[in-house]
Design a protein around this ligand. Structure first.
Ligand SMILES: NC(=O)c1ccc[n+]([C@@H]2O[C@H](COP(=O)([O-])OP(=O)(O)OC[C@H]3O[C@@H](n4cnc5c(N)ncnc54)[C@H](O)[C@@H]3O)[C@@H](O)[C@H]2O)c1
Ligand SMILES: [Zn+2]
Length: 373
């Protein structure tokens, strides 16, 4: 087995205005006469006005997504494709729809076309799917040899998509830098071109998101589509995807995502979007690494975006039992936190969670002293 495998990204990637028009060319160039479109309901509503009025030589049929990227859904979609002779699959939606069509395309080895309708994570870019049981419980994930054949990022659809997912996507993408920093060290990546690229893209995620993420969110609120907004959106979808694409197991989730996973044991956090729990996880990881200045920088960034930075804002009490449960779950043997080149114990995570509370208290105290309320 090779040391690591790069699955860089889609064969073709087009971002811009009215890019769905390219679908007709793509179908014609690849002699696709019949294609199935799997779509979310809101996703299709958002995408519809940018889709071609008609498909020239291709019969396109729409199928509504069941809501979960489950083995049942994948088998059902694959069966329809086989029974009705579709030659390609198109996904229109968020990460769950895209992950489903990726699994179907891998199973049937047919062309895969992705039209994401959210700026929430790098699912449009990556060659992997996260699978769930029909009831929404996590099942497993699968990586594929083939990436998407075509990825179309329609700026208008993405710009009009819900801001909450965008902001959560920023925090999730920011984590890519902090989670891989201790692994993709200068010494380790030296001379390994793919890993050097991964480290470059991870750093770029951090720089663009900390530097421009807040302003891009304001642009979205004011409904002013700026170059800056586009750059930040592509950072979430493309640059974030390139980190994992180039680095395989070395650029995976580590500390912040283990804290995220530990938080999911509390029903109070279920309604909080994935990226927000990961954002809090970055703080815990940085305190664990004793990087208090960086933790403060991320804390200010998160607070400016009104994202949770402490237990109370996650709906949890700052109590011994809660912190103990978070620490115990985060350091379970199978957790990615152990990929960090640190000896991470339950006690250390407990201390880090406590440290994040102190960081919050200090920040609020300083702010009060400076007369800002
Ligand atoms: N494959 C990967 O590399 C990867 C990476 C990160 C996350 N994921 C997976 O992605 C999933 C999460 O994806 P997600 O956050 O993109 O959301 P999602 O696919 O769960 O969709 C969230 C909601 O947004 C709605 N929606 C989609 N487009 C919309 C639009 N334009 N306007 C209004 N509503 C719209 C959907 O109908 C849905 O209700 C999880 O299953 C996660 O495991 C996969
Ligand atoms: Zn994540």
């Amino acid at each position: 087995m090779p040391d690591f495998i790069s699955r860089v990204g889609p064969q073709q990637y087009i971002a811009g205005n009215h890019v769905y028009k390219y679908l007709n060319d793509y179908f014609r160039n690849n002699s696709i006469k019949k294609a199935l479109v799997l779509h979310g309901e809101k996703a299709l509503l958002a995408a519809k006005k940018y889709l071609p009025d008609s498909f020239l030589a291709t019969k396109v049929q729409y199928r509504k997504f069941s809501g979960e990227c489950s083995p049942n859904e994948i088998t059902g979609v694959a069966a329809q494709i086989i029974n009705e002779g579709f030659q390609a699959i198109v996904g229109i939606g968020g990460g769950k729809v895209l992950d489903t069509v990726k699994s179907v395309a891998d199973r049937l080895r047919i062309p895969l076309i992705l039209l994401p309708t959210l700026v929430s994570n790098c699912a449009p870019w990556s060659s992997l799917s996260v699978h769930y049981h029909t009831d929404g419980k996590f099942l497993d994930f699968d990586t594929y040899e083939h990436s998407a054949d075509l990825l179309l990022l329609e700026e208008n659809v993405l710009f009009d998509s819900p801001k909450a997912y965008f902001v959560a996507g920023l925090a999730d993408t920011l984590a890519k830098y902090y989670e891989s920093e201790l692994i993709l060290t200068e010494e380790f990546i030296h001379g390994k071109t793919a890993l050097e690229h991964a480290a470059y893209f991870a750093k770029r995620c951090q720089r663009i998101i900390l530097g421009q993420g807040i302003q891009a969110t304001v642009d979205m609120e004011k409904h002013i589509k700026t170059k800056r907004w586009l750059e930040v959106a592509e950072t979430v979808i493309v640059t974030g995807g390139l980190v994992g694409g180039f680095s395989d197991q070395y650029g995976r989730a580590t500390g912040a995502h283990s804290i995220h996973d530990a938080l999911t044991q509390f029903p109070e956090t279920h309604a909080i979007l994935h990226g927000l729990k990961v954002g809090y996880g970055i703080l815990v990881q940085l305190v664990l690494e004793h990087k208090l200045e960086e933790a403060k920088e991320v804390l200010i960034w998160l607070r400016t975006l009104n994202l949770p930075t402490n237990l109370a804002e996650l709906g949890l009490e700052n109590r011994f039992e809660i912190k103990e449960k978070i620490a115990a779950a985060a350091v379970r043997k199978d957790k990615m936190i152990h990929l960090l080149p640190l000896n991470v114990s339950k006690e250390a995570v407990y201390e880090a969670v406590t440290g994040v509370e102190e960081l919050n208290d200090n920040f609020l105290r300083e702010r009060e002293q400076n007369g800002v309320f």
